[in-house]
Ligand binder design. Structure first.
Ligand code: HEM
Length: 453
């Protein structure tokens, strides 16, 4: 029987295992609540700092390992008012992602509530023909299959210029803070999405930040229509300029239908460039802690004009490793749209499914390299798909911005390391002889920087 077939009426398969009340309470406390507290839509920096100190994701991984020992591969139902199931087996994680959006619907209940605050017509919350239509539009503009986006020449110039501005701060003050970096990063993002005219217009970023903070509360917070409309007007004004060399220009040239709502695809892009900045900053910290990798990264960009399109395999791998160690979407969520059959029984329609990415990326019972920085996992002979490393998800709903993100982040990282070296204080240094922390707070990372001699 294939997995998407509905359950034959003549066979009573029973339901997949259910956790005891005590184990459910532990799973809620150790896995689900910390996930929610950090912020599903926008990270809450004080909570991320606290989560790092408490090593919360390691505790979550240990708990999921314990549940796997106790109940088998799952999926494991949690008897809560909202039907939820935890995925515990790599093959099951692959299956859920491969069989999305049917019968594993990506726009699940919690996501729809949260995304409704700032992108009600975005592809992520869409289903059926609307999803198909919006997905195709996103893929066209983001040039999903191409490692080198069709606008790479224009976009990389913007990255290089903003990297130079970050480095100028470093040269003037001897250090670069997260705030120095992220302000320039946002500037780069606005230039990429809307064009250079938006470089110094932070209000769009700020309005979105405020809507995202509301979205963290999901349905517990009423939607702020006025704020949303102000944001929408901004988007439309930027788009109307269709500035050449920006995604806005490509949007202008890309056919859309009556149901696409093109401008409402942008909030997801702007929102998702945030974790890309976080991943880049963490990758820089990884390189600071791993001199051999830093030397290799520098070799890759030695003498390279990073404003021109290049596929920087090693630097991309460093960003991917940053995302494996610290996935910026730790919870991949789905809702089942029909009963599904598993080795251990049936999972009923309407169940929310949680794939907790750190469990699959950092399962030290199965992965010898779980807690090491290992860029080689993403280059050469290794096949990262052999294990579900899913920082960008996988299957038909895989992040359509993956290649664009890796192009821009690797170029930013390359620009930062090409002619400069970095030092972190002991408290933020990532010692290669120790396990990488389960969470690494990027917001309190300040690099001492100096030009290479
Ligand atoms: C480090 C940066 C990023 C990471 C780690 C990331 C990861 C993800 C993940 C995990 C999903 C969810 C898929 C699912 O539910 O299975 C997703 C969806 C999506 N991402 Fe990204 N993303 C990043 C940046 C971007 C950027 C910069 C863009 C656009 C410019 C983008 C566009 C999208 C879109 C449109 C979706 C929805 C896809 C769909 O529903 O079919 N992402 N991304």
């Amino acid at each position: 029987m294939t997995s998407t077939e509905s359950v034959p009426e003549t066979i009573d398969l029973g339901l997949v295992p259910q956790a005891s009340a005590a184990d459910t309470a532990r799973a809620v406390n150790l896995v689900l609540l910390p996930l929610l507290a950090r912020g599903l839509i926008v990270r809450r920096p004080p909570i991320v700092a606290g989560a790092e100190k408490l090593d919360l994701d390691r505790r979550a991984v240990r708990e999921l390992q314990r549940l796997r020992h106790r109940y088998g591969p799952g999926p494991l139902r949690l008897p809560l008012p909202r039907d939820l199931a935890l995925v515990l087996d790599p093959e099951h994680a692959k299956r859920v992602l491969a069989e999305s959006p049917e019968p594993f619907r990506p726009g699940n209940l919690e996501k729809r509530h949260a995304l409704g605050h700032f992108q009600p017509y975005g592809v992520l919350a869409s289903h059926g023909t609307m999803r198909d239509d919006r997905r195709a539009y996103n893929e066209k503009v983001l040039d999903t299959p191409s490692p080198i986006h069709c606008l790479a020449g224009d976009l990389l110039t913007k990255v290089r210029e903003e990297a130079d501005a970050v480095l100028a701060i470093g040269e003037a003050t001897g250090r670069i803070t997260w705030d120095d970096f992220i302000q320039r990063w946002y500037r780069m993002v606005r230039r990429v999405v809307f064009g250079d005219h938006a470089a110094d217009e932070p209000e769009t970023t700020e309005l979105l930040g405020s809507l995202r903070a509301d979205a963290n509360w999901g349905y517990l917070k009423p939607k702020n229509r006025r704020k949303f409309e102000r944001f929408e007007v901004r988007l439309l004004q930027h788009l109307a300029r269709a500035e050449p060399g920006s995604l806005a220009h490509l949007m202008h040239e890309t056919p859309s239908s009556a149901i696409t709502v093109p401008h409402m695809q942008i909030p997801q892009w702007l929102f998702a460039f945030d974790p890309a900045g976080i991943a880049t900053w963490r990758a820089l910290a990884l390189l600071e802690g791993h001199p051999e990798a830093a030397a290799r990264a520098r070799d890759e960009v030695a003498g390279v004009d990073l404003a021109q399109p290049h596929e920087l395999e090693y630097l991309r791998a460093c960003v991917l490793e940053s995302l494996r160690l610290w996935p910026t979407t730790p919870g991949i969520l789905r809702d089942t749209t029909q009963d599904t059959v598993w080795e251990s029984g049936v999972l009923p329609v309407g169940t929310g499914i949680v794939i907790f990415a750190p469990f699959f990326h950092r399962d030290d019972e199965r992965l010898e390299f779980a807690d090491r920085f290992e860029p080689s996992l993403w280059t050469g002979d290794h096949d990262p798909d052999a294990w579900p490393f899913v920082p960008f998800s996988a299957g038909p709903v895989v992040c359509p911005g993956r290649n664009l993100v890796l192009l821009l982040t690797s170029a930013m990282l390359g620009s930062l390391v090409q002619r400069h070296e970095y030092r972190l204080p002991a408290s933020r240094h990532l010692d290669p002889t120790a396990s990488m922390p389960s969470i690494y707070d990027p917001f309190h990372v300040t690099f001492a920087v100096r030009p290479l001699t």
